[in-house]
Design a protein around this ligand. Structure first.
Ligand code: BYC
Length: 313
């Protein structure tokens, strides 16, 4: 079929909310953008296990440990669904992993911050998973079928994550003065990096315009960030805590919260690899990959054995 016709069919699907599926023709740039975003999303889920993994051995009770383990396992699962979705676009898992390890692929800036206290487990669940859900609810309607379907399940799990995080903070907020202070300190440290998760402002977002036209993104970075601020500014009241922003104020005309300026220098510095934990995170992933080589080799040997058994039968 000639190119023009293929482009028309693709555009017709986008215009009519018909999902693009792996075997459909798609513009090369659409394929590349999806590979970039989905693989970076997968990397974020997997690298995102590290800050929380830091607290498994120090969870304050057996129940908390079991919940934290289950949550972190969920993140591993999200990474796997997303790597599989990206593979349907013609990139191999090995290539994606190589891009992460060589620093060519990004992952969410938020996971380059350290987890200093138990309250950080609450702040991650409430704020980081909270920000992730707002972004991912939109992605349930993204135009690439396998990504959209993966997101539906991921969002269900993320909403459990957010509640467990809020509950950790709620318990601390009802506790001793030291526990209350720990809760406030975690909120203070995670608030601004959580706002940065939504990416640069719309004016600075290089990919947004095209991604919105292709319906990969359905809401802009700034729109989602505002939605998050409006939600958290109300929820923080239930905790009896505050957000570290003197400019946070309800705007009756806009029917939204106004908020202070984000430190974009800090954001870009972290994205470029110079955040507090970037090197530690990448080294941990590379070591895990190397130490897992024997598992991959064993799986390949087992698959070969099964294939030969089949042949012989
Ligand atoms: N960090 O043009 P823009 C989770 C990059 S994990 C680092 O707006 P786009 C969880 C961006 O990649 C959830 N880099 O980009 C897991 C681009 O550079 P490239 C993670 C960022 O793609 C474990 C450049 O800046 N969620 O929930 O249109 C435990 C310009 O940006 C960031 C996702 O990954 C950032 N924050 O929009 C707990 C969601 N922001 O690629 C929780 C899927 C931007 O051109 N991703 N950059 O070199 C998306 O929705 C979009 O990719 C973004 C950015 C909204 C993040």
């Amino acid at each position: 079929m000639e190119l023009k016709k293929l482009e028309e069919i693709f555009q017709h699907k986008i215009d009519n909310e018909i999902k693009i599926e792996p075997k459909d023709w798609m513009p090369e740039a659409y394929r590349k953008t999806n590979i970039r975003q989905i693989s970076q999303h997968a990397h974020s889920e997997v690298v995102g296990m590290l800050p929380e993994g830091n607290w498994i051995t120090r969870a304050p009770s057996l129940k908390r440990k079991a919940i934290l383990l289950a949550k972190i396992q969920d993140e591993a699962g999200h990474g796997l669904y997303l790597y599989s979705a990206a593979e349907t676009l013609g990139i191999s898992r090995d290539e994606m992993i190589e891009q992460l390890h060589s620093g060519r692929a990004k992952y969410s800036s938020i996971f380059n911050y350290p987890t200093l206290t138990w309250a950080d487990m609450g702040a991650i669940g409430w704020l980081v998973d909270g920000a992730a859900i707002i972004n991912q609810v939109m992605l349930c309607r993204t135009s690439y079928g396998p990504y959209a379907r993966g997101m539906v399940r991921i969002c269900k799990e993320e909403s459990f994550h957010q509640r467990q995080g809020f509950e950790i903070l709620y318990v601390l907020s009802q506790g001793t003065d030291a526990q209350k202070a720990m809760c406030q300190d975690a909120i203070n440290r995670w608030w601004w990096p959580s706002l940065m998760m939504f990416g640069p402002t719309d004016a600075e977002s290089s990919n947004s315009e095209q991604s919105m036209l292709w319906k990969i993104k359905r809401k802009s970075n700034d729109e989602l960030r505002q939605q998050f601020v409006d939600m958290i500014a109300e929820q923080v009241k239930v905790l009896g805590m505050t957000l570290p922003d003197a400019d946070l104020k309800w705007n009756e005309t806009k029917k939204h919260y106004d908020f202070g300026a984000i430190n974009w220098n800090e954001f870009w510095n972290v994205v470029k690899g110079n955040g507090p934990c970037n090197k530690q995170r990448l080294n941990a992933r590379i070591a895990a990959h190397q130490n897992g080589a024997w598992v991959r080799e064993a799986a390949i040997a087992y698959a070969e054995k099964q294939k030969n058994k089949h042949k012989a039968a």
